[in-house]
Design a protein around this ligand. Structure first.
Ligand code: DON
Length: 581
C-alpha cells in the first residue's frame, strides 16, 4: 500500500508559482545545502525527519484518521525509527488547528523537574554551574511528557475513528520486526557512540558487540521498547507512568545519580494552554506559548521586521542586518523574562505587542549594536544537538505542527534498563545560576532557575500561519537556540520574498542570539553579503547547519488549479520525507 503514496518527488512547486518573481531579490546562493523539493498532494501531507514514520502518518490519514491521529502515530513511530530525537522518553509541544471549529490549541508536554528539584541542583561545591550534572547525569532527566501529550491529543482532538492502540500499532510492529539503520541514524550514531557507550543498557541496543555503533544496513531491533509501547496501547498513559515501566525509569534515573521517583512519573500532566498569537502582514501567526519561548519571540521578531518593507530592501544585506538586530533584541528579552508560566509571571502580551516592537525598532541603526549595549551578560558557548519537527495536514484542513525532543542527540544516552526508553537530558534547559548559559549558549536569569515540578524554558517553535483563518504554512524546526530564528526565516522567505516553500526551507539561514556576539551563518551566503554585514560591525561566524524545518504550504484554489498541499522536507539531514496523497 505504501507504493500508492510514493510522493511525487519530482513535482516542482515552481510550476505553480511564478518562480522568478523574487529572483532579483536574492543575493545569496544555496551553497552546499541540497535543495528541498516541493511535494504536491491534495488529500493530506506529512513531512517528517524520517521516511518510515512519515509514511505511517499517511496510512493513518488514508484509514480515515485526522491530522491529530496521524501526528500521534508519527510521534510514536519516530520513537522507534529516529531514536536520536523521536521519543517517548522526552517531551515537546503540539500546535493544532481544528478546521471545523476554527480553533487553535497548544498542548504542552514538556518534561518537568522532579518534585525534589532545587534552584541550586546544577551547581558544584563552589556554587558554579556544573555541566556534568545538568547534561550528563541522572539529574539532567526531566519527567518525560511525550506519552501523556500524544495521548491527550488523541483523546480530545483525534477523529474518534481510531483507538490509541491503532495509532501505536505501527510503532510496535517496527520495534519488534526491526528496522534497517539508514540515513541520519547511520550518520548520527558514530557521533553519539561515546555518550551511548557509557550505559550497558544502551550499548546492548544501539551499539554492536565491542561497542561499535550500528552501521548503515544493520538491523535495529527494540523488543523492550515494543513491550513498553504495548503497555501504553493496552493501558493508556498508565502503562508508562505507573507500574513496571515507571519503576524501571525511576530506578535507572536514580542509579545514574538523579532524583526522580515513581510519584514524579505518576503525577506528570500534559497541559493545554492558550496559543500565542500575532499578526504579520495580514497573516495570523499561531504558535507555542511559554514554557516555550518560541512563539513569543517569533512574533516579537516578526513585529520588528514588519515595520520595514523587506521585499523592497531585498533578500540580502539590508534585510539580514535588520533580522540580526531583531534577533539580538528578542533573545535579550528571552534571557530575562522567560520561564515556566506556572512559576513566574511572563509579560507575553507586552513582549508580543506592536508597541514593544516599535520601541525596539527605534533602537536599530545602520551598524550592529553590541550585545553589551542591549543588556549585560556573559559570553557563552554554542553547540548544535538534536530535536525533531513534523508537520501534518488532512483533507479537511486540520493541521498539526509538532516539535519534540530528548534535548541532546539521543538525550542523556541512557536507555532505562528493560524499557527500551531513551531518556532525555532536558533539564539543562534550566538556567543553572543567574547569568549562566545552557548547552546552546542561551543565557538566563532567575525566571528560569530549576525548581520542584517546574518546566525548563524551551525554544521549540511549532507554528501554524493562517490566512483568512485557514492554514497557510505549517512549520517548525529542531536546532536548540536556532529554532526560533529558523522558523522566522522560513516565514519571511515565504511571505516577504514569495519563495515556494521548498526554496524557503532550503535557503541558508543565519542566527544571532544576543550572546555570544557572533552571527552564525550557514554555508551558501554570498561573500559580498557577508562582507557588507561585517562592515556594519557584525561578527560573522561560519557554522554547519543545525536546523531542519519540515514544512507544509497550502496553495489556495486558483482559477485553473485545485487547492494543493506542498510539503517540503528539509535536506539538512538525510532521510527526511514529504509524503502526500
Ligand atoms: O527545548 C529546547 O529548546 C531544546 N531542548 C531543544 C534542543 C534541540 O533542539 C536540539 N536540536 N538540535
Amino acid at each position: 500500500m505504501i507504493n500508492r503514496f510514493t510522493p511525487l518527488l519530482s513535482t516542482a512547486v515552481a510550476l505553480l508559482f511564478s518562480a522568478f518573481a523574487h529572483a532579483q531579490q536574492l543575493e545569496s546562493t544555496r551553497g552546499d545545502i541540497p535543495p528541498a523539493r516541493g511535494v504536491v498532494a491534495h488529500n493530506g501531507m506529512v513531512v517528517a525527519q524520517e521516511s518510515r514514520a512519515a509514511r505511517i502518518g499517511i496510512e493513518i490519514l488514508d484509514r480515515g484518521g485526522n491530522a491529530v491521529d496521524a501526528a500521534v502515530a508519527v510521534g510514536f513511530a519516530l520513537a522507534v525509527t529516529y531514536p536520536r530525537a523521536g521519543n517517548i522518553g522526552g517531551g515537546g509541544f503540539m500546535v493544532i488547528h481544528l478546521a471545523k471549529e476554527d480553533r487553535d490549541i497548544a498542548i504542552d508536554y514538556r518534561e518537568t523537574a522532579p518534585a525534589a528539584a532545587t534552584p541550586t541542583m546544577f551547581l558544584d561545591a563552589k556554587g558554579e554551574p556544573d555541566a556534568t550534572k545538568s547534561r550528563d547525569s541522572g539529574l539532567a532527566v526531566g519527567v518525560p511528557g511525550t506519552v501523556a501529550g500524544l495521548a491527550l491529543a488523541h483523546r480530545k482532538y483525534g477523529s474518534g475513528k481510531l483507538s490509541l492502540a491503532d495509532l501505536i500499532a505501527p510503532a510496535i510492529d517496527l520495534a519488534t520486526k526491526g528496522i534497517t539503520v539508514e540515513d541520519d541514524t547511520a550518520d548520527s550514531l558514530p557521533r553519539a557512540q561515546e555518550r551511548l557507550a557509557r550505559w550497558r543498557s544502551t550499548s546492548g541496543i544501539l551499539l554492536k558487540n565491542g561497542g561499535q555503533p550500528l552501521q548503515e544496513g544493520d538491523r535495529l531491533i527494540q523488543f523492550d521498547l515494543a513491550d513498553t509501547l504495548r503497555a501504553v496501547a493496552q493501558n493508556g498513559p498508565r502503562g508508562f507512568y505507573e507500574g513496571a515501566t515507571a519503576a524501571r525509569i525511576a530506578d535507572a534515573v536514580v542509579k545514574a545519580g538523579g532524583i526522580m521517583t515513581k510519584d514524579d512519573l505518576k503525577n506528570y500532566q500534559a497541559l493545554e494552554r492558550p496559543v500565542v498569537r500575532g499578526t504579520y502582514r495580514g497573516y495570523d501567526i499561531v504558535s507555542m506559548p511559554p514554557p516555550s519561548s518560541g512563539g513569543v519571540h517569533l512574533i516579537e521578531m516578526l513585529n520588528i521586521l514588519e515595520q520595514d518593507d523587506l521585499y523592497t530592501l531585498g533578500h540580502g544585506e539590508k534585510t539580514f542586518h535588520l533580522m540580526i538586530e531583531a534577533m539580538k533584541r528578542a533573545y535579550a528579552d528571552r534571557a530575562v523574562f522567560m520561564g515556566d508560566p506556572d512559576a513566574v509571571k511572563i509579560p507575553v502580551l507586552g513582549l508580543t505587542s506592536k508597541a514593544h516592537a516599535a520601541s525596539l525598532r527605534a533602537t536599530i541603526g545602520d551598524k550592529a549594536t553590541l550585545a553589551a549595549d542591549i543588556r549585560p551578560g556573559k559570553p557563552a558557548d554554542n553547540e548544535g544537538k538534536n530535536t525533531t519537527h513534523f508537520s501534518v495536514i488532512d483533507r479537511d484542513g486540520n493541521a498539526v505542527s509538532n516539535t519534540y525532543t530528548l534535548n541532546f542527540s539521543y538525550g542523556l544516552g541512557l536507555i532505562a534498563d528493560g524499557t527500551g526508553v531513551l531518556l532525555n537530558n532536558e533539564l539543562d534547559d534550566f538556567t543553572a545560576k543567574p547569568g549562566a548559559s545552557n548547552a546552546f549558549g542561551l543565557v538566563g536569569y532567575t525566571a528560569n532557575l530549576p525548581g520542584p515540578n517546574k518546566r525548563p524554558l524551551s525554544s521549540m517553535t511549532p507554528t501554524i500561519v493562517l490566512k483568512d483563518g485557514k492554514p497557510f504554512l505549517i512549520t517548525g524546526s529542531p536546532g536548540g537556540s536556532r529554532i526560533i530564528t529558523a522558523v522566522l526565516q522560513v516565514i519571511v522567505n515565504v511571505i516577504d520574498f514569495h519563495m515556494p516553500v521548498a526554496e524557503a526551507v532550503s535557503w541558508p539561514r543565519l542566527h544571532q542570539q544576543w550572546q555570544p556576539e557572533g552571527v552564525f551563518v550557514e554555508p551558501g551566503f554570498a561573500p559580498a553579503v557577508l562582507d557588507a554585514l561585517a562592515a556594519r560591525g557584525h561578527a560573522i561566524v561560519p557554522t554547519r547547519p543545525a536546523t531542519a524545518a519540515n514544512s507544509i504550504e497550502v496553495l489556495p484554489k486558483g482559477d485553473f488549479s485545485p487547492q494543493a498541499y506542498v510539503g517540503a522536507a528539509d535536506t539538512r539531514t538525510r532521510g527526511a520525507l514529504a509524503a502526500g496523497f
